[in-house]
Design a protein around this ligand. Structure first.
Ligand code: NDP
Ligand code: DXP
Ligand code: MN
Length: 382
């Protein structure tokens, strides 16, 4: 039996993780669940999975959960609650699926408590990749990727010598507006931006897909997970999201991992690694392979991707600021305070004012994160 805690259990990844668990009750059990504000859903999850401990965002939400639950469960809130769920003794595996850099602290705590990490939360590695990876090494903790591209690369690398990796090729769907030119994006709505062509995901990552900041964050995530320089990480447009990513080796052999877009595949693989077990997802329709498309990415069309390469390559606190500014600006776009086309210029203007700190410690990382959030919140509505 693998005992699991989930950080972000009410989200898209959290719910799909619970789906995998419910299909395999002889193999997985839930120990802890952490969420934010969706108390009705967490109540249902408590009834079904009977965790020992639950954490929510606030004291008020915790009171509602305590009032309505019929199960014997410890209900905590705030940072203390997240820490408990991330570090509870019985959990062996922690799924890191909170959105944003709010996932960093509990992920670091889970590593220090020697839990294996199933990592969906890419912002953790963008914000403090050097700290997370060195802590994982120090505590001998595996970080198993859940993000579909990184899981694909991880699967392609099985049995290979890392020295023979020539480059990683991340596939990108192009997001909601991939068939539009940049100048056609002036008046696009929030609703339209939330229509991802291939995946049902949380709001923030769906907007990141539309700007392709998601691919930029994933390039930085890949740099840390696979310890490769940015010159060896490429992106390619691939409309269908069937090829989840590829690895090119020194003999020019390419390995790709393919499959129907279903996040339960990488989630389950992280939870059963190195084994594979059956999953009730439809097999890939081979007819679709004849229709796969690939094209180079235009950095002028997707300036967020260019910014991410620049920040990743300069290092220091630049990726932290990129991520934090993006979180706030995307949040403001979702509230209707910012037009879509102002997202990247706003982030770029914040980056241009930042004095990067080389090799930052955690305190410096948090200071940069807070600074960027403040700067992004101060920009007047557009
Ligand atoms: N969805 C997907 O298919 C993929 C997602 N990812 C990554 O996984 C992560 C999660 O994405 P996704 O599931 O789509 O996001 P969602 O928005 O669907 O879910 C976010 C989850 O985080 C919780 N949460 C947010 N802030 C806090 C906080 N401060 N404290 C505690 N819980 C919090 C939410 O709780 P509540 O709703 O209760 O407030 C919710 O459970 C992101 O980093 C994303 O980039 C990566 C690859 C694919
Ligand atoms: C499912 C997943 O891993 C997402 O990160 C997905 O890749 C988003 O799609 P694009 O960023 O390619 O649009
Ligand atoms: Mn991805």
């Amino acid at each position: 039996m693998l005992y699991i805690s989930i950080l972000g259990s009410t989200g898209s990844i959290g719910q799909q993780t619970l789906d995998v668990i419910s299909e395999n009750p002889d193999r997985f059990a839930v120990v802890g669940l952490a969420a934010g504000y969706n108390w009705e859903l967490i109540l249902q999850q408590i009834e079904q999975f009977q965790p020992q401990i639950v954490a929510v965002a606030t004291e008020e939400i915790a009171a509602k959960v305590k009032l309505h639950t019929t199960k014997c469960v410890q209900v905590l809130y705030g940072e203390e609650g997240l820490t408990e769920v991330a570090t509870i003794d019985k959990a062996q595996f922690v799924v890191s699926a909170i959105v944003g850099s709010a996932g960093l602290a509990p992920t670091l705590q889970a590593i220090e408590a020697r839990k294996t990490i199933g990592l969906a939360n890419k912002e953790t590695l963008v914000t403090a990749g050097h700290i997370v990876m060195s802590k994982a090494k120090q505590y001998g903790v595996p970080i198993l990727p859940i993000d579909s591209e990184h899981s694909a690369i991880f699967q392609c690398l099985q049995g290979e010598n890392s020295a023979s990796v020539e480059r990683l090729i991340l596939t990108a769907s192009g997001g909601a507006f991939r068939d539009k030119k940049r100048e056609e994006l002036r008046d696009v709505t929030v609703e339209a931006a939330l229509q991802h062509p291939n995946w049902q995901m949380g709001a923030k990552i769906t907007i990141d897909s539309a700007t392709m900041m998601n691919k930029g964050l994933e390039v930085i995530e890949a740099h840390w997970l696979f310890q490769l320089s940015f010159t060896k990480i490429d992106c390619i447009l691939h409309r269908e999201s069937i090829v989840h990513s590829m690895v090119e080796f020194s003999d020019r052999a390419l390995k790709a991992q393919l499959g129907t877009p279903d996040m339960r595949v990488p989630i389950q693989y992280a939870m059963t690694y190195p084994e594979r077990i059956p999953l009730n997802t439809p097999p890939l329709d081979w007819g679709k392979l004849a229709e796969l498309h690939f094209a180079p990415v235009d950095f002028e069309r997707y300036p967020a991707l260019k910014l991410a390469y620049q920040c990743g390559t300069s290092g220091g606190t630049m990726p932290t600021v990129l991520n934090a500014a993006n979180e706030i600006i995307v949040g403001r776009f979702l509230k209707g305070e910012f037009p879509f086309l102002e997202i990247e210029p706003a982030i770029e203007s914040i980056l241009s004012k930042h004095e990067s700190i080389p090799d930052p410690n955690l305190e410096e990382i948090w200071a940069a994160d807070q600074w960027a959030r403040h700067m992004a919140a101060e920009i007047p509505n557009k």
